[in-house]
Design a protein around this ligand. Structure first.
Ligand code: FMN
Length: 175
């Protein structure tokens, strides 16, 4: 049995999950609703990045037993450019800190790009972004990471980098 589990605060990861479900016929479930993850042999987890951590990942994947027998696919959704090698390395480090070693080793990880709408952000997130933006906007070009560039590029705006074609490698991996 296959399942797509997702976490999403503002809906962009849910959009990826719904599209993946449409294209594969696999059911989706929000991470807070999953009861027995061990009944599935193919698990796709899609989660957004918040301050370097993937929402819901730790809580959900660390419940998996016999991970060797399963196909495990993780799709991360963030604003920073996933073509940037350093960004990908940082995301992998984040995953390593969140899940058990055997799960980290087994997971095939794909990097998707998300969206942000500042008019929709809650007060806590708006405040965090204002703080980060103030800190990074004056930085020298060579000091800026993909993450910082994404904050500067999108600050205060409604921007979407959602690209459903980025799901194709995940679909190939599932099959
Ligand atoms: C407070 C905050 C922290 C974020 N941290 C990161 C991050 O560390 N790396 C990244 O690439 N994107 C980061 N983002 C962007 C989100 O990952 C992006 O907006 C994503 O599409 C949100 O997914 P959702 O709509 O499913 O909640 C952050 C956004 C907010 C508001």
């Amino acid at each position: 049995m296959k399942i797509i589990i997702y976490a999403s605060q503002y809906g962009s990861t849910k959009q990826y999950a719904d599209e993946l479900s449409k294209r594969t016929g696999i059911e989706t479930v929000e991470y807070t609703e999953i009861t027995d993850i061990n009944q599935y042999d193919t698990i796709v987890y899609l989660g957004p990045l918040y301050a370097g951590s993937i929402m819901g990942l730790k809580k959900t994947l660390n419940k998996i037993r016999n991970v060797q027998d399963k196909k495990l696919i993780v799709g991360t959704v963030g604003l920073a450019d996933p073509n940037d090698k350093k960004n990908r390395e940082e995301i992998m480090n984040g995953i390593k800190q969140q899940v058990h070693g055997c799960i980290y080793n087994k997971a095939r990880v794909y990097f998707l790009r998300g969206a942000i709408d500042y008019s929709n952000l809650n007060l806590k997130h708006k405040t965090m972004m204002a703080f980060i933006h103030r800190k990074v906007k004056g930085m020298k070009e060579e000091e800026k990471t993909a993450e910082i560039n994404a904050v500067i590029e999108t600050y205060g705006k409604n921007v979407s980098y959602i690209d459903f074609d980025a799901l194709n490698p995940i679909i190939d991996e599932i099959q």
